[in-house]
Design a protein around this ligand. Sequence first.
Ligand code: ATP
Ligand code: MG
Length: 568
Amino acid sequence: MTTETTSATLKPETKPEKSDFIRTAIRDDLASGRYTYVRTRFPPEPNGYLHIGHAKAMYVDFEIAREFGGTCNLRFDDTNPVKEEQEYVDAIIEDVRWLGYEWDGLYFASDYFEQLYEFAVKLIKKGKAYVCDLSPEELREYRGTLTTPGRESPWRNRSVEENLELFERMRRGEFPEGSRTLRAKIDMASGNINLRDPVMYRILYTPHHRTGTKWCIYPTYDFAHGQCDSIEGITHSLCSLEYEDHRPLYEWFLRELEIFEPRQIEFARLKLSYTVLSKRKLIQLVQGGYVRGWDDPRMPTLRGLRRRGYTPSAIRDFCARIGIAKADSLVDIALLEHCLREELNKTAPRVMAVLRPLRVVIENYPEGQVEWLEAINNPEDPSAGTRQVPFSRVLYIEQEDFMENPPPKFYRLAPGREVRLRYGYFIKCEEVVKDAEGNVVELRCTYDPATRGGNAPDGRKVKATIHWVSAAHALPIEVRLYNHLFTRANMEDLEEGENFLDYLNPNSLEVVQAYAEPSVAGAPVGKHYQFERLGYFVVDPDSTPEKLVFNRAVTLKDEWAKIKQQME
Ligand code: ATP
Ligand code: MG
């Protein structure tokens, strides 16, 4: 058994009380005495990696429990051996911890298989469940549709004795897969299809990642979930909206079994613009080779986000800001980016790096001379101090920061024009060198030694400050620039017959060979920087001792601030 218990480490909330329909419902339940404590659970199925939608669910489950001085369990919903694997269990445990959540108890639905079997027997004995011999196709056909009632199974009125015997023989492995099911006897004419004698158990000979071949019958989600909640004394079973129609069934089982009744409350699923959030689709992206793996920095998985440079606190902040609503809505991914940007603005050291280098030779600067200029590590955090950046005769600047024929509002470098080098001097472009095809390959400049530190003693002004690196000291780095994985904002409302893969962005990744100032040498994987004027970057695990690889986590341009302004 890998079950372990850890105590909750997060301190109770001290912030003013938040309010939404779930918190209100819980407050009411405590006030009325329906429950005397609060216990929630986060119930992932180990059939894939956790994504940002799960982060929202975790936020709701863990934070609400904590706010009410309660506890939250991590429970794996491992009732379908066909799709589940130990690898996913391990990854999910790691990802929950990474996000900063500690569970009270760690459980598996498979821990309760014996107990669930006993519950099923109890329902058979009450005449509330029966063994049905319809094939999966027949089951579907008998179920009816939203507009037509279902038909009763010819096996619905078997005697309790016969049902008990057949159910036991199902467990012993006497029948082939798909030949029989155990069904709840409810109402084939119900307007809610979930109540039309739903399947409780099916036969599956696939070995289970935890129980091996001990079982060949497995409870369905519907029969397992509420009963597991009940066994664990969960008070509030918080889940996403698609389970709303299952709630009457959830309640029916608990009532018929006469066991502790948790309360299921549904909230809106997170939908994020330019993103798909379904494990089924994410698997297709990985298996089809459209991304490099589950942790590709373009993936909305927690692993992808982590590699992209997202921090657990930025993700939790995002979850707090989107709040808990009853109706689905599309959240702008710019808000997620905004949360990361806001955090990294406070914490990430600034350095200079040049993504598309253009060589600059300062002709009046002495050959072989190097000056170490003082640079501020983080203007938002004086305690981050300063560092020394080398300055010499040959530099790289950004190609974009020069134009031979500048339009009116371009204030950066141009022939005959002076700009400020960050932390350094004013330089003036004297001559443009081109190759045979006419491409600009080098600028010959002069500098004004009196402007060291960035100001001219005679008070003359320049209109732009640009970043740079000293060519002789520059560290070659690889930089991976990411864009949205999809070109369409709302990936959730595709027309019939449309394939989400049709909206893949062919330009979601651009790799450039760049240069950084030498201070970044030896930076560990996961270390964040702001590359001045370019964005926030993080060291990727593909880095080698010879070459650092950086992912752009987020640009400096704040789309969300713009959106917010427009809304106000
Ligand atoms: P997917 O559709 O991506 O496979 P799922 O709902 O099948 O997701 P589970 O592992 O069953 O994945 O989900 C665990 C919990 O996370 C459930 O309570 C589910 O409601 C919740 N959850 C999953 N996706 C989202 C989402 N996009 N927003 C909010 N909660 C979610
Ligand atoms: Mg699910």
